[in-house]
Design a protein around this ligand. Structure first.
Ligand code: PMV
Length: 318
């Protein structure tokens, strides 16, 4: 039997970093996916194939013994193997069209799809169970995760996320024409989050003001969406960018890209941890084809549609 699951990439529209400290964030799943396929083997090993390489380790191996990028898979495989003595080995294959390490939720989407795929060999899980286990798996590489990324990759669509109080689906979204531009600078979420923790330690008062400003901004965004007001939505993106600049997760490359798109967009900001990775811009339809000429040649860009499916899975008898 083969168990196949896929989960979407994500963007953070508003509230990255502040969400780790308890404020709200708005996220959307987008139309790029990772697919994870799992099969039983007789080899007494966990084998993982991905574009980052292949590893094969004895089933008794701990996730801590393997490289970071393979940890969630070994963790999940172990959990399943330990709960079912009849399983002698697993082979897990990851195929992704999500760029890695640039803030589009590649690792969260992998964790969500891996839970659905590996567990799908044994039983049907609810979305809530998939989410819970995928956050556990993601914590093997990033213990401080707010859980926001796994949540939107699981449910799809657009969500309002708050770490300690939960998730609200946002239904009445207008048709967002979002451009994603990749700075091609890989980033490290853990390092950026630690940098923001230091900022907070050094100036608790300002950080707390910024959290309040972010909360207010997100409430205004929700109202703008209800009113179908793309202009305000865009302005709030640029305002959010100012807060991200202040907590120092931007750099010259990102600022340069943001300023290149100023003339043709309603709003532009970093998405995700920053210090590299991607920016997002709300661009009017008629301006979409002007984008490539405005950005440096070495940057990748594409337009994104909101994914409404979230995680999907199925099994095939062989
Ligand atoms: O890993 P990224 O770039 O998608 O960023 C994660 C967003 C943060 O708010 C910085 C961290 C988190 O866990 O929410």
């Amino acid at each position: 039997m083969k168990s196949i699951a896929s989960a979407p990439a994500k963007i953070i529209l508003f509230g990255e970093h502040f969400v780790v400290h308890g404020t709200k964030a708005i996220l959307a799943a987008i139309d790029k996916r990772v697919t994870v396929t799992t099969t039983f083997t007789e080899n007494k090993t966990i084998k993982i194939n991905s574009e980052l390489g292949t590893i094969e380790v004895p089933i008794s191996s701990s996730h801590e013994e393997v490289k970071n990028e393979f940890r969630p898979f070994v963790y999940l495989a172990n959990k399943i193997i330990n709960s079912d003595q009849n399983v002698s080995g697993l082979e897990i294959t990851i195929d992704s069209d999500i760029p890695i390490g640039v803030g589009l939720g590649s690792s969260s989407a992998c964790c969500v799809a891996a839970v659905a795929s590996i567990c799908g060999l044994f039983k049907e899980l609810s979305s809530e169970e998939i989410l819970k286990m995928s956050i556990e798996a993601e914590k093997t590489i990033f213990p401080d995760t707010s859980g926001a990324d796994c949540t939107v990759c699981t449910y799809g669509g657009m969500i309002e996320y708050e770490q300690f109080t939960g998730t609200k689906k946002i239904d009445n979204t207008f048709d967002l024409n979002l451009l994603i531009a990749n700075s091609m600078i890989p980033h490290n979420t853990k390092n950026s989050v630690e940098k923001v923790n230091k900022f907070k330690e050094n100036d608790e008062e300002r950080f707390s003001q910024l959290c309040d400003l972010e909360t207010k901004l997100i409430d205004e965004v929700i109202t703008a969406m209800k009113n179908n007001d793309a202009t305000t939505f865009g302005l709030k993106m640029s305002e959010n960018q100012k807060y991200l600049e202040e907590i120092q997760v931007s750099n010259d490359t990102l600022r340069g890209m943001i300023s290149s798109l100023k003339e043709i967009s309603l709003g532009t900001k970093i998405t995700g941890a920053g210090d590299g990775g991607c920016i997002i811009a709300l661009v009017k339809d008629e301006n979409m084809d002007k984008v490539p000429a405005l950005l440096p040649k070495d940057k990748e860009c594409f337009s994104a549609k909101i994914d409404t499916k979230g995680v999907v899975w199925s099994t095939i008898e062989e």
